[in-house]
Design a protein around this ligand. Structure first.
Ligand code: MG
Length: 373
């Protein structure tokens, strides 16, 4: 029996790599639906090659070779065994909840789903008996290391440190979009690459880990590891540390998530050689230079609606940076400013979450139009 899969965000970085994995495992997977965004040419190429029944695009009339289905209906289609949620941003949240409500397992590459609504999504998945398998390399590593979460003392999340790891604050202040997008280790989409440069990405991952593994923030550490060979680790109550290692490639965690609990050769990374790698370095994160990390920890600890505000302000600020409207450091200044005036809600409903998200985005954009820094 082939596993029936749909991919949300098939034309993005994760979606494209997932299809490369599936191409190597055609006897294991049947693609039910592919959902792309505005890159309709690529989506139509993917449809011609992988022959899904259904497809989604922002302009349905341009889809060739598959029947159009809205995102919500793709996620409500119980033919699916698993859905890979690889869209970026808040649009991942609603379809993920629909899929969970329909008892479909999730391979989750979308951070916002848990950052915005982890307190809703995780209990719902438990109630419906749905597995959420993380695609993010760090959480995938932790998922591979954990046997019994009750025996885990600490999660240790590694961070490459991004392009500004050993640069000065001044360098960061004057960073161009091009310098910011030149990530030394990982080839990813633009939004996440900017987040990796400010370390907000790591902050979002800490919040994600808190929800996925039910771990207190005091028991989640971040360590900078520039080679990105150790993808993350856990420490057991007896002090034993188990880490997952590998060459940095997103194919491997994607493949792990969509084939779990099986493992196949698929896209096999080059055989691992400790002697070729020779050394692994670790250092503490510079909390002063990478303020985003502290902001994310604080927001996560406060919980409720605070991470929703942080995430919305950050995402809008990243877009403004990519458009050349603000400087790199202004991203974090914006997030701080939005958090200062945020009206805290302890247990936001989904409606609350979406309305806070919209409100913060509107306010953030207003701030840029007046440039009130
Ligand atoms: Mg990651």
């Amino acid at each position: 029996m082939r596993r029936k899969i749909s991919i949300l965000g098939s034309t993005g970085s994760i979606g494209r790599q997932a299809l490369e994995v599936i191409e190597k495992l055609t006897d294991k997977f049947e693609i039910i639906s592919l959902a792309g965004g505005s890159n309709i040419d690529l989506l139509n190429e993917q449809i011609a090659k992988f022959k899904p029944k259904y497809a989604y695009a922002s302009k349905p009339e341009l889809i060739e070779g598959a029947k159009y289905l809205p995102l919500e209906e793709i996620c409500a289609d119980k033919t699916n065994d698993i859905i890979l949620v690889a869209v970026s941003g808040r649009i991942g949240l609603k379809p993920t909840i629909t899929a969970i409500n329909n008892g479909i397992d999730i391979a989750l590459a979308n951070k916002e789903t848990l950052v915005m609504a982890g307190d809703i999504v995780i209990p719902l998945a438990k109630e419906k008996g749905v597995n959420i398998i993380p695609v993010d390399s760090e959480h995938c590593a932790i998922h591979q290391c954990i046997k019994d979460i009750a025996q885990v003392e600490k999660l240790i999340i590694t961070a490459s440190g991004g392009p500004f790891l050993h640069k000065t604050v001044e360098d960061m202040k004057n960073a161009t979009v091009e310098q910011t997008l030149a990530h030394p280790r990982w080839n990813m989409g633009r939004k996440i690459t900017v987040d990796s440069a400010t370390l907000m990405n790591k902050g979002l991952e800490v919040i994600e880990a808190h929800h996925l593994f039910g771990m207190n923030y005091d028991k989640i550490d971040v360590v900078v590891h520039p080679q990105s060979i150790v993808h993350s680790a856990i420490e057991y109550v007896d002090g034993s540390v188990i880490a997952q290692l590998g060459l940095p490639s997103m194919h491997i965690p994607i493949q792990y998530a969509i084939t779990y609990p099986e493992r196949y050769e698929g896209i096999k990374s080059k055989s691992f050689s400790f002697s070729e790698i020779a050394r692994l370095d670790f250092e503490k994160p510079d909390w002063n230079k990478f303020k985003a990390l502290k902001i994310a920890y604080d927001s996560g600890r406060k919980g409720g609606s605070v991470p929703v505000c942080m995430n919305a302000a950050n995402e809008e600020a990243v877009f403004a940076f990519l458009e050349g409207k603000i400087k790199l450091f202004d991203i974090i200044n914006t997030v701080e400013k939005m958090l200062e005036t945020h009206q805290y809600i302890e247990k936001p409903s989904l409606e609350d979450i979406f309305s806070i998200d919209n409100e913060v985005r509107t306010k953030t954009k207003e701030l840029f139009s007046h440039l009130l820094f």
